[in-house]
Design a protein around this ligand. Structure first.
Ligand SMILES: NC(=O)c1ccc[n+]([C@@H]2O[C@H](COP(=O)([O-])OP(=O)(O)OC[C@H]3O[C@@H](n4cnc5c(N)ncnc54)[C@H](OP(=O)(O)O)[C@@H]3O)[C@@H](O)[C@H]2O)c1
Length: 347
């Protein structure tokens, strides 16, 4: 540690023993971690839940959780100590982290995506988190802690799906499927990029909230189960240029049917199709590209926060729980119907 850094008291960290449900999540005393030469010690201010955190708990995530790992990958905090070789941040700076520990820029590789905070590297549900300096990203000043703790995973994957390989823009129509955080961010980001947005949801109330967020048109899948036809009608029979598919195989055939010639479906959702619902040949003969994305790199996250800052865009927060009630946050997140992020704050 460099000179002049404050002494800090022991904290509290939740630890995850996978495959035991909420019984596998327990709070323990956390000795103050000591940063190595390239590490940054952050005092956590807020963290938020993603679907992957439930999957890690249940053992259904592609990467197994390391027993005893501190969960959660979305978070924000203040840099309170740094290793001797750290140059990318400063004491007192408010930071978040990338999803993947070492993916800075360039193409996604299996090795880079195999190292994740909250899975096999200790994450954010703790008083302190130790970050590799390469994974640190500065937080836009205008965001609250809860909002800043909502972006790393769902915010970035929706962004990556919209800007890669070429960004959508004015003249394009984007279809969002589902109103989890991925779908909500996709609406906001697509509007920042100047596209028209059509959103699929399951109730009039959610539809109203989507419109307030910027969706130009909303189709209620409960009222219009054949929503792909409605999307085609809304696009003059042509279909949309890009779909942010936040559900998965279940809705994929409809999303493909609603896509324009040479359009793209970004398959983000991982929900499996139910029995008997597997489509025979969903890709058909339309030369639609199907691209799977794994969140994004640090460069992607920095471009996102710069663009959000320009637009003053704010993540949607559903509820905020104090750290001591983290288990309630998990319960509400997995059993309730949050519209927006579920955040845990530390005082
Ligand atoms: N690849 C990646 O890097 C990455 C990153 C983040 C998340 N993900 C995955 O992306 C998916 C979405 O994440 P999220 O956090 O937004 O999830 P979420 O909170 O679970 O939201 C999913 C939404 O899908 C809709 N939905 C649920 N069941 C449906 C059904 N049977 N038919 C049609 N729509 C249905 C619901 O919206 P309505 O009620 O409005 O229809 C629901 O709110 C998850 O599978 C997550 O694991 C992947």
């Amino acid at each position: 540690m460099s000179d002049g850094q404050k002494q800090n008291a022991n904290g509290v960290a939740y630890q995850l023993e996978p495959l035991r449900g909420l019984d596998g999540l327990s709070a323990r005393v956390q000795p103050v971690p000591v940063p190595g030469p390239n590490q940054v010690l952050v005092r956590v201010r807020a963290a938020s839940l993603n679907r992957r955190d439930i999957m890690l708990m249940e053992g259904t995530y592609p990467l197994p959780a390391r027993p005893g790992v501190v969960p959660l990958v979305d978070g924000v905090g203040e840099v309170i100590a740094m290793g001797s070789d750290v140059t990318r941040t400063a004491l007192g700076e408010r930071v978040m982290s990338t999803y993947f520990v070492g993916w800075v820029d360039g193409p996604q590789t299996q090795a880079l995506t195999g190292q994740q905070y909250g899975a096999n590297h200790d994450g954010w549900l703790a008083t302190y988190v130790l970050l590799e300096q390469e994974s640190v990203v500065r937080v836009p000043a205008y965001l609250t802690d809860a909002e800043a703790a909502a972006i790393t995973c769902a915010g970035l994957v929706a962004w990556a799906g919209l800007i890669k390989p070429v960004p959508v823009g004015p003249g394009d129509t984007v279809l969002t499927v589902g109103t989890g955080p991925v779908g909500l961010f996709a609406v906001q980001h697509a509007k920042m990029l100047g596209a028209r947005v059509i959103s699929i949801t399951s109730s009039a109330e959610k539809g109203e909230r989507l419109r307030k967020l910027g969706a130009d048109e909303v189709v209620d899948r409960k009222v219009t189960p054949d929503w792909e036809h409605a999307v085609l009608e809304l696009t003059g029979g042509l279909g949309v240029q890009r779909v942010i598919e936040g559900v998965g195989k279940l809705t994929l055939p409809k999303s493909l049917a609603a896509t324009a010639y040479n359009g793209e479906v970004i398959l983000i959702g991982a929900f499996p199709a139910g029995p008997g619902q597997q489509p025979a040949d969903p890709l058909g003969g339309k030369y639609v590209s199907l691209r799977r994305v794994a969140v994004g790199s640090r460069a992607d996250l920095e471009l996102l926060t710069r663009t959000m800052t320009e637009h003053g865009a704010r993540p949607v927060i559903d509820r905020v729980y104090p750290f001591e009630r983290a288990l309630e946050a998990y319960r509400y997140f997995s059993e309730g119907e949050p519209f927006g992020k579920v955040v845990i704050t530390l005082s």
